[in-house]
Design a protein around this ligand. Structure first.
Ligand code: ADP
Length: 193
């Protein structure tokens, strides 16, 4: 059991961080390295919206305002995705959980699947840098007003999860300032510890 855990360790990760923290980029890089899927709930919702699916139509306006999609909808999205074959050997979840309820849902879901989270990565980036990065990214839902709203929503609803995972002994904190390469190196080192 211990050997199996060692061999399989650090393959079920959550990335927790503010919009603009670079977690999407780092999640993608690390996922390639670990050969597990990077699962971005934001990307999934944007894809649903672009495709005009019923889900996409339902969440489009909420996303546009920088608010969070309701927990029940997100539970369905994440359950479907984590149940797919390619997620069985591991995954990096980017953008989920974002609320205390979603933490519970994820725990239940992984319990049903007979597994659990190995580690939760959080990237620390200055508030001013967050805003600059998000603005530079120029995504369609990224006007300054909406970015500020999404930052406020992050501080209010998601940041408290950092303390939760710290207490659970799962938190890996990484300095997210600097180049993509620098952050990636710090991240790999931190996960190896
Ligand atoms: P960010 O750039 O803030 O990290 P994402 O790309 O992760 O944004 O998500 C974009 C939007 O999708 C969010 O602002 C929110 O409306 C919605 N969303 C994504 N993940 C979740 C989630 N776990 N719970 C609720 N809403 C979510």
């Amino acid at each position: 059991m211990a050997a199996a855990e060692d061999k399989d360790g650090n393959r079920r990760l959550v990335f927790l961080g503010a919009p603009g923290s670079g977690k999407g980029t780092q999640a993608q890089l690390l996922a390639e390295h670990l050969r597990v899927p990077a699962i971005s709930t934001g990307e999934m919702l944007r894809a649903a919206k672009a495709a005009g699916t019923p889900l996409g139509r339902r969440v489009g306006e909420i996303m546009q305002k920088g608010l969070l999609v309701d927990d029940d909808t997100m539970a369905d999205v994440v359950r479907d995705r984590l149940s797919q074959d390619d997620a069985r050997q591991g995954f990096i979840l980017d953008g989920y959980p974002r609320t205390a309820v979603q933490v519970e849902t994820l725990e239940e879901l992984l319990h049903e699947l007979g597994t659990e989270i190995d580690a939760v990565v959080t990237l620390h980036v200055d508030e001013e840098e967050l805003l600059q990065r998000a603005l530079a990214r120029n995504r369609q839902d990224d006007t300054e007003e909406i970015i500020r709203e999404r930052l406020a929503v992050y501080h209010r609803q998601t940041e408290p999860l950092v303390a939760h995972y710290r207490q659970a002994g799962k938190l890996v904190e990484v300095d997210g300032m600097g180049t993509v390469g620098e952050v990636a190196r710090r991240l790999t080192e931190a996960l190896a510890r």
